[in-house]
Design a protein around this ligand. Structure first.
Ligand code: ZN
Length: 82
């Protein structure tokens, strides 16, 4: 049953760096490791989905309190990178 233990270690590793992964700030090889893990591990996938929803919610809420100039710059950047 060493597989089960290894999976647990992977989960801890993935969850430890989940924030960095969602920020898109982790190294490419670690990003691939997380993506591979999320394909086989539903509990980490659920957690990642929840974190992503939370971020979207915070982003939506903060739209109302962010300085207008900042929002314009962010939107301009988003349109420019499409
Ligand atoms: Zn996992």
């Amino acid at each position: 049953m060493t597989d089960l233990r290894r999976t647990g270690d992977e989960c801890r590793e993935v969850l430890d760096e989940l924030e960095t992964y969602l920020d898109g700030e982790c190294p490419g090889d670690f990003e691939r490791f997380v993506q591979r893990h999320l394909r086989v591990c539903t509990s980490c996938l659920d957690r990642a989905g929840f974190e992503q929803e939370l971020r979207a919610l915070v982003a939506a809420k903060c739209k109302d309190c962010a300085p207008p100039g900042l929002l314009d710059r962010v939107l301009a950047h988003l349109w420019a990178t499409r």
